[in-house]
Ligand binder design. Structure first.
Ligand code: THU
Length: 159
């Protein structure tokens, strides 16, 4: 048996206007990162069902595990500001200290994938992901695709 999932490879020039705007917001959000340890600045922008865009970034700490990734910062902030409003699309971008965006698409870490999936399941509509790299962009239609055989609430129920 094999797990596979569909994704689209997009060039920046091919983006729709809303996707382009969301990626621009994620890129800008990199400026708000607090990343003195990794020097890796990640920004995320969530487009909500109500039309609002909420942005966030990675926030680090000298006690490394206390820090938070941009994706979780953004999604938790979105739900705190607009409880229960679905996230339609989440765009992510990353740059180094020099402000140059990484060429390959930034992909969420495992912990963020777990968080993304639970939020997607709760909202009952797919969350699209736009993973930005300066040379190419990946578009993934639903967060669950990124973590096959994930642990979730159903697992706790024995299903
Ligand atoms: N980071 C994110 O914010 N998102 C990701 O998808 C991967 C990693 C952050 C965590 C840490 O602050 C820094 O990038 C280096 O791992």
């Amino acid at each position: 048996m094999t797990f596979s999932f569909p994704f689209t490879l997009i060039q920046e020039t091919e983006l729709s206007e809303p996707d382009s705007a969301l990626i621009a917001a994620a890129r800008r959000a990199c400026l708000t990162a607090y990343a003195p340890y990794s020097r890796f600045h990640v920004g995320a922008a969530a487009l909500l069902e109500n039309g609002e865009t909420v942005c966030g970034s990675n926030q680090e700490n000298a006690s490394f595990t206390v820090g938070t990734c941009a994706e979780r910062c953004t999604l938790y902030y979105a739900n705190a500001r607009f409880p229960g409003v679905a996230v339609r699309t989440l765009a992510i971008a990353a740059c180094k200290d020099d402000g140059i965006f990484i060429p390959a698409p930034i992909t969420p870490c495992g912990a963020c994938r777990q968080a993304l999936i639970e939020i997607e399941q709760k909202q009952r509509v797919p969350m699209r992901l736009l993973l930005y790299g300066s040379e190419k962009i990946y578009c993934i239609e639903k967060a669950a695709d990124l973590l096959p055989l994930h642990f979730g609430a159903n697992t706790l129920d024995g299903q």
